[in-house]
Design a protein around this ligand. Structure first.
Ligand code: GLY
Length: 376
């Protein structure tokens, strides 16, 4: 299988996303055009350091590129001020200059943290994303959102800083645990649900193949997701409008992640899966979309092994009033009012500003009272 390229068109900040097998081995040729000297620092986490780092370092070193690695703890907790400070100091200690390249080798946590460190180090150095999780390949490595979490909420401290290239090597997904693959699948389904009914229909026929690691199906899913994201980001890089659609399920999902302490109890993609079903359920309760769509969405996501209701989270959740409060930290909130991405249909989402909190609370209470949706 040949690799394919999706272009992100952002004038002076444009870049290519390469998607295909064997890209780690091709890294020297793909990274070299961005190097001012044969030197790049790789940032990764403990899991990826054992699974993928040796192959990348071997390939770069064989091409004469000096590539020391900084290895951080795995997990969402790494997106913190403490880790950011430590990473910046380590990058400076490694001798990263203004015109050097930093490589983020990992999932969304490493990509977001490294991108943010690159954005502020020496007032901005360039970085390359080599995403190693399905979620990072289809979402977080593309579009330049970088940042860390705060005790007040997810991704609340950060910067827009586009990578100069993204290498999505499909081979690295072979070692991805099924739970992580499912979490990535949630973001793939998101693209169909938010704006591409035909893609959702295709996913409905191919979800099991993607989850089984079928290469052609996975390649098509990753490419279509990246194409959709590239189009939306090119239209609205800093989310003043249409980019907010990429947050389908995220207002609900981020509140659940905050409520569970950003722990492995609930992965981001799992929170998004539950949040998307809630977004469809809320849309139904407000009369925006036909009844029963949330059940259809839930049934689809369950085929990927995803949770689809709050009752499946193995933690004691706070009451609906507290979940509502957590939602006010959402970055889409404006003048103290909540914004949601709601749906008119599958493939037809829209931005709803100034949503009445009483309606959100009523929905959350009703939803919390249910024990799962559309269980077979
Ligand atoms: N993950 C949503 C965005 O990049 O805008």
């Amino acid at each position: 299988m040949k690799s394919e390229t999706v272009h992100v068109d952002l004038a002076g900040r444009s870049y290519d996303i390469a998607i295909g097998p064997g890209l780690l081995a091709e890294a020297p040729a793909r990274v070299s055009p961005f190097l001012k000297r044969p030197f790049a620092v790789i940032v990764t986490d403990e899991n990826v350091a054992s699974a993928q780092l040796p192959a990348l370092q071997k390939a770069l070193q064989a091409a004469g590129i000096n590539c020391p690695a900084i290895t951080l703890p795995a997990g969402e907790g790494t997106k913190s001020f403490t880790q950011l400070a430590g990473l910046c100091d380590q990058l400076l200690a490694a001798g990263v200059e203004r015109k050097d390249i930093v490589i983020a080798l990992g999932g969304g946590v490493i990509g977001d943290l490294t991108g943010f460190a690159a954005a502020i180090l020496r007032r901005g150095v360039n970085f390359i994303q080599i995403p190693t999780s399905l979620l990072a390949q289809v979402d977080s490595s593309v579009g330049g959102k970088t940042g860390i979490n705060s005790k007040h909420g997810k991704n609340l401290i950060g910067a827009f800083h586009q990578p100069v290239a993204v290498l999505a090597d499909l081979d690295v997904l072979k070692t991805l645990p099924q739970r992580q693959r499912a979490a990535g699948y949630a973001e793939i389904a998101k693209y169909g649900l938010l704006g591409n009914a035909a893609f959702f229909k295709w996913l409905d026929q191919n979800v099991e193949s993607i989850m089984a690691g079928d290469r052609a199906a996975t390649a098509h899913a990753v490419k279509t997701s990246c194409e959709m994201k590239a189009r939306i980001v090119a239209e609205d890089e800093t989310e003043t409008g249409v980019r907010a659609l990429l947050n389908l399920g995220h207002t609900f999902g981020h509140a659940l992640e905050a409520a569970t302490g950003y722990s492995s109890t609930l992965l981001h993609g799992e929170a998004v899966a539950i949040g998307m079903v809630q977004a469809f359920g809320f849309s139904e309760s407000l009369g925006h979309c036909p009844q029963g769509l949330n059940r259809k969405v839930a049934a689809h996501l369950r085929r990927a092994g995803l949770p689809t209701h709050m009752s499946e989270i193995k933690a004691t959740l706070p009451p609906p009033e507290k979940l509502l409060q957590l939602m006010y930290q959402d970055k889409k909130a404006e003048s103290g009012k909540l914004t949601f991405i709601l749906a008119k249909d599958i493939g037809e989402s829209f931005i709803a500003k100034g949503v009445d909190e009483a309606k959100v609370l009523a929905f959350l209470k009703e939803d919390a009272a249910k024990q799962g949706l559309a269980k077979p």
